[in-house]
Design a protein around this ligand. Structure first.
Ligand SMILES: [Zn+2]
Ligand SMILES: [Zn+2]
Length: 385
């Protein structure tokens, strides 16, 4: 098989079905939807259908395609997997198998222009939508990295029947709702075109905007950022820097006050047994990732000879304490994984409590470090005056 070249001067084959889909739904959403609304107006039930179908499609992508199938951050009852398969197909973002294959490559080879299917380093437009519209070397899929998913009957059924499911979930539901409410065109425009365009571009923003703009508290070796503004539209997927650091965590926003509706839905469904085995990253590892970066930045800042000596010494002592805390944590981990010995509940609780204490102490150290750097900066400003 001839693999197409990545050379940008090469004329690439266009994939017409996705190109037409994006063009038609996009044009209808920005021209026909407001025009029809201006002339005929929309009813509240059409907006309700837009919101409900939009939420179902978006959640099927974020909680289903992404956190359940791509990353296996939790397990779900077959009824929920079926619902995600149906509304995921309605979102018109390809079958679960194809989506997860691309996404696992994205994580494995992030920012590698030859291997990451939507590498942000190939440009904003490419990572947003262009990667689906033309033939690239990364367009080829052999599904080797989704062999585990091929054992899920619902995944295979959806993959083999993707077109009929997509047509039924879109044309079928919208026609039915249109007949019931007496306005088929209005229903198709709002709950059809606008909903599809909205779900498409909000998902695509994660690969484009969020891989370009935002903060990087956990990793600075990838383009992925945390972006709280875009996060509002992407059901919690905006904590993408965290996600690229801890992809096995079912949460993307780790604190209770973090806006992450996908996490809330998964957690709520676990209370009634529909989801189970929700995975979370170790709090110590999370704090360690943050502190590693803080130390790196602090050392870089204090490299100059003019840096305050006291601040440099304080940083040195914080660094020693950091190493000591991590050693304590490693000892705890080895206690937990001692071979041939089953730990009692009391021992496990003791280890857990100690782990939480260490995570808290690292968190506090992060705050001290921040204050220290601020103090160093102020000190420098005073000297300059
Ligand atoms: Zn992911
Ligand atoms: Zn990413």
């Amino acid at each position: 098989m001839n693999t197409p070249s990545i050379d940008s001067t090469v004329k690439r084959k266009r994939f017409w079905p996705p190109t037409l889909l994006f063009a038609i739904t996009g044009l209808l959403a920005v021209i026909a939807v407001p025009l029809y609304g201006f002339i005929y107006g929309y009813h509240w039930y059409q907006w309700l259908a837009f919101a409900v179908m939009g939420a179902m499609c978006s959640l099927s992508i974020t909680a289903g395609y992404h956190r359940l199938w791509s990353h296996k951050t939790y397990e779900a009852h077959w009824s929920l997997r079926l619902l995600f398969a149906l509304f995921g197909a309605a979102a018109l973002q390809d079958s679960i198998l194809k989506w997860c294959d691309h996404h696992r490559h994205h994580h494995q080879f992030v920012d590698n222009n030859d291997r990451d299917p939507y590498s942000a380093k190939r440009g904003f437009w490419f990572s947003h939508i262009e990667w689906m519209m033309y033939e690239y070397p990364t367009s080829y899929q052999n599904f080797k990295n989704v062999q585990d998913l091929q054992r899920d009957k619902i995944v295979i059924w959806q993959h083999n029947n993707y077109i009929p499911i997509t047509v039924t979930m879109n044309l079928g539901i919208l026609t039915l709702l249109g007949i019931i409410t007496g306005d088929i065109i209005g229903m198709f425009l709002l709950a059809g075109a606008l909903r599809i365009a909205f779900c498409h571009h909000t998902t695509f923003m994660v690969n484009s905007i969020i891989h370009k703009f935002g903060s990087q508290p956990y990793r600075d070796d990838v383009t992925a950022c945390d972006n709280k503004i875009v996060n509002f539209f992407v059901f919690g997927e905006g904590y993408h820097n965290y996600h690229h650091a801890f992809q096995l965590d079912y949460r993307n926003g780790i604190h209770w006050f973090h806006y992450d509706p996908t996490k809330w839905v998964i957690k709520a469904l676990s209370l009634v047994g529909i989801t189970r085995n929700l995975k979370v990253a170790s709090p110590v590892k999370i704090q360690k990732a943050k502190l590693d970066l803080q130390f790196k930045k602090a050392r870089k800042k204090l490299q100059s000879k003019s840096a305050h000596r006291g601040v440099k010494e304080a940083l040195q002592s914080e660094s020693l304490q950091f190493t000591h805390t991590l050693e304590e944590w490693e000892q705890l981990q080895s206690k937990k994984t001692k071979r041939g010995e089953k730990l009692s509940k009391w021992e496990l609780t003791q280890i857990q409590t100690k782990t939480n204490e260490l995570a808290y102490s690292l968190k506090m150290q992060g705050e001290r470090l921040q204050a220290l750097m601020k103090h160093g900066q102020e000190g420098k400003t005073m000297e300059a005056l």
